[in-house]
Structure formats: structure tokens, C-alpha cells
Design a protein around this ligand. Structure first.
Ligand code: NAD
Ligand code: MG
Length: 378
């Protein structure tokens, strides 16, 4: 019997890669639900091909024909995530909008293959508690966290000493601070090694993405923040290093593709045959280099780490301020350097409160967004 899969954000980069993986694994998995924000045309094409039982479009009303139930508005995300025929929810939504569906899926006992790291950052306590209480499980899709999970197979948490997540360093790694501050949208969207949605591509240029991933790793693997380090690795071949208490280090390697971590999130802890991705070749990978994170190149990274250390609602405020600033940057309203400045202004005045309830998290998210808009435009 094949496992039912829901894909939230099926029209995005992660969603489309997931469907590519599933097209090769049709005897193991079937698509039960698909949701998208507003790309109705692509969603309709996907629904026609996959014939899911449920199709949801957040923005644009109930559309399309075909056998499946049609949902709309934000409630369609939870409906898809908790559909009785779904065992695995791939959450490929970008940003805070993915939170409720993750919580609902975990409470309903589903596996959440989580690409939507923003929601683990804003509500890590709530999300991990929902998994414990509902019997659901969070399996990371993020390549660095998938690498860690793969290195940890069969080990107990007490044997784990330290993680080193790799970062490509983005397109501005070798630029001066002044030149980076004035970078254009086109320049920021030129990622050297990964092809992804716009928001995460900008986050890779600021290194906010890596700060989000440090917080993600803290909640996924239960490590203190000083045991989660980051190293810049421009080739994106080593995805993470895992150090054990005896000093041994394991790494997971591969050419950059999200299809492997997505497949592993679906089949974990098992591995299944798959011929869809380019096999690794060390000679073709060539020289691998590693360097420390330069604080002056990536001011927003340090802000994210500081928010992590403050705890409570500070990571939610960091995430919300960044989401607002990136949106303003992408629409041409602020310059690149203003992203980190906006986050700094929101966090400078932030008093972290307890983040143990959904209301507290959503209030912090809304308040940080309001302050970020004010800070960015003043
Ligand atoms: P994307 O912009 O390509 O796709 C986002 C998807 O989310 C789209 O299908 C869109 O319809 C949906 N969506 C957007 N806003 C929504 C809303 N308000 N409500 C409901 N649905 C909404 O983004 P992406 O690159 O696929 O990234 C998705 C998530 O995965 C992000 O959290 C990102 O950080 C994470 N991630 C992506 C990659 C990658 O390679 N793309 C790698 C690691 C992690
Ligand atoms: Mg990543």
C-alpha cells in the first residue's frame, strides 16, 4: 500500500522538486493533497496530472475541475495537512504562513517533511510540543539538517557533541560591505550554487538563512546554540559536519540538489533505490574549501544568533522583521543593506517574552512586522 502525501506549496521550488521525486516513486507514494498560494494555472496542471483527493488554493477561490475536493482561503492548508488519507505532509510553504498547518499535522500524528524552517524558528517550542503530544514527527528537508540526520542514524543524542552547518556564502561573499549594502535585486538573486525561491535566495545572500538554520538545528536536535557552528563552503558539496563526543567527525556530501533530502525525508530511516539525481563524483566536485563566517560581510547573521541566544519570542521577531524587510527589498522599496538595519532596529528594542503559546507567538510576529515596516521606511 502506498503512503499518502500532501504537498503544501506545490507550485514552489520545493513543491516542484517533491513532485519530481514522487514521479519516480509512484509505487511507494501517492499524492493525496496539493495546495498553492496563487499560481492557479500551475496548480491546475499539477492536479490534472496527479488527481489528488484534495486541491487547495489560498488566494483566488475554488478553481478547476476534476474529481478532488476543492478548498480555498487559509483554511485549505490545515484541511490538506490533516486529510485522513495523508501520512506525510511536505511543508514547502515560505514564511510564517506555514505554521498552523505544521501544528495541525503534528497534532494529527502525521510526519511533517519540513522545508518551511521559518515556522520552526518562530515557534520551536510549540512545534516540538505538538509533535510530542500528537505523535507526529518532524523530519527536516533542509539539506544541512538532512545531512545531520543522516550522520546521526543509529547514534544516541548523548554521543553528539557539535554540528558544523555549511553555508555557500551567497553571491556577495567576496564583496566589500559598501558594495553589498547597495546590491540590486538582480544581484541578490544570483545564487552561486542553489536554484530556489526568491525569499530564501535573498536570505542566503544576507546569511539570515544560516541563522534560521542554526535555530532550526537547535530545536530539531536539542543542542545548545554554542554547539551549532557555521562554516562557509562555497562549493556546497559538504552539507554538514557532525562531531561526536570522542572527537570523530562525519560529513554528508553530494552535488547540490533538494531531491535527495526530500526523498530521504519521505523514506527516513529507510533508503530506497532512486536513479533520478546525478551520482556523486569527487573528481568532478574538485577542490573543496572552507572559511570562517566574516561578521562584516553578513551583519544579519550575528543578529539572528543574538536573537537565538535571547530566546523566547526573539527568534519570532527576528524572522518576522526579516520577512518584512526582504519583501520590501524585493519590491524595490529598500536597499539591500537596509535588511540588516531593519532587523537590528526591531531587535534592539525587543523584550523577549515567553513563546509557549500560539497567541504569544502570533502577537510577537505581528508586532515585529509592524515595527519592521516602521523601521524600514523611516
Ligand atoms: P517558493 O517561493 O519557490 O515557493 C513557496 C510556495 O509556498 C509556493 O507554492 C507558494 O504558493 C506557497 N505560498 C507562499 N506564500 C503562501 C501563503 N501565504 N500561504 C500559503 N502558501 C503560500 O519557495 P521555496 O524556495 O520552495 O521555499 C519554500 C520553503 O522551503 C522556505 O521556507 C525555504 O526556506 C525552504 N527551503 C527551500 C529550499 C529550496 O531549495 N528552494 C531549500 C531549503 C529550504
Ligand atoms: Mg539549507
Amino acid at each position: 500500500m502506498s503512503d499518502g502525501v500532501a504537498i503544501l506549496g506545490s507550485t514552489g521550488s520545493i513543491g516542484c522538486s517533491t513532485l519530481q521525486v514522487l514521479a519516480r516513486q509512484r509505487e511507494r507514494f501517492r499524492v493525496v493533497a496539493l495546495t498553492a498560494h496563487s499560481n492557479a494555472e500551475l496548480l491546475d496542471r499539477q492536479a490534472a496530472e496527479w488527481q489528488p483527493a484534495y486541491v487547495g488554493l489560498v488566494n483566488g477561490g475554488k478553481r478547476g475541475s476534476g474529481p478532488g475536493t476543492r478548498g480555498s482561503g487559509t483554511s485549505c492548508l490545515v484541511e490538506a495537512a490533516t486529510h485522513p488519507d495523508v501520512r506525510i505532509v511536505v511543508n514547502g510553504i515560505v514564511g510564517a504562513a506555514g505554521l498552523e498547518a505544521t501544528l495541525a499535522a503534528l497534532r494529527a500524528g502525521k510526519r511533517v517533511a519540513l522545508a518551511n524552517k521559518e515556522t520552526l524558528v518562530m515557534a520551536g517550542e510549540l512545534v516540538t510540543r505538538a509533535a510530542r503530544e500528537g505523535g507526529g514527527e518532524i523530519v527536516p528537508v533542509d539539506s544541512e539538517h538532512s545531512a545531520v540526520l543522516q550522520c546521526l542514524a543509529g547514534r544516541s543524542p548523548a554521543e553528539l557533541a557539535r554540528l558544523m552547518l555549511t553555508a555557500s556564502g551567497g553571491p556577495f561573499r567576496t564583496w566589500t560591505r559598501d558594495r553589498i549594502a547597495a546590491a540590486t535585486v538582480t544581484e541578490a538573486l544570483q545564487h552561486p550554487t542553489w536554484k530556489m525561491g526568491k525569499k530564501i535566495t535573498v536570505d542566503s545572500a544576507t546569511l539570515v538563512n544560516k541563522a534560521l538554520e542554526v535555530i532550526e538545528a537547535h530545536f530539531l536536535f536539542g543542542l545548545r546554540y554554542d554547539a551549532v557552528e557555521v562554516v562557509v563552503h562555497p562549493q556546497s558539496v559538504v552539507h554538514a559536519f557532525v562531531e561526536f563526543v570522542d572527537g570523530s567527525v562525519l560529513a554528508q556530501v553530494g552535488f547540490p540538489t533538494m531531491e535527495l533530502p526530500i526523498l530521504y525525508a519521505l523514506t527516513h530511516p529507510a533508503r530506497v533505490p532512486d536513479a533520478g539525481t546525478r551520482r556523486f563524483d569527487p573528481v568532478a566536485a574538485g577542490s573543496l574549501t572552507f572559511e570562517a563566517v566574516r561578521a562584516e560581510t553578513y551583519p544579519a547573521y550575528g543578529l539572528g544568533r543574538a536573537a537565538a541566544a535571547s530566546g523566547g519570542t526573539a527568534p519570532a521577531a527576528f524572522n518576522a522583521a526579516n520577512e518584512v524587510a526582504v519583501e520590501l527589498f524585493l519590491e524595490g522599496s529598500i536597499r539591500f543593506g537596509r535588511i540588516a538595519e531593519t532587523i537590528a532596529r526591531v531587535l534592539d528594542a525587543w523584550r523577549p517574552a515567553d513563546a509557549g503559546t500560539l497567541d504569544a507567538v502570533l502577537d510577537a510576529d505581528a508586532e515585529a512586522r509592524r515595527r519592521a515596516r516602521e523601521a524600514a521606511c523611516s
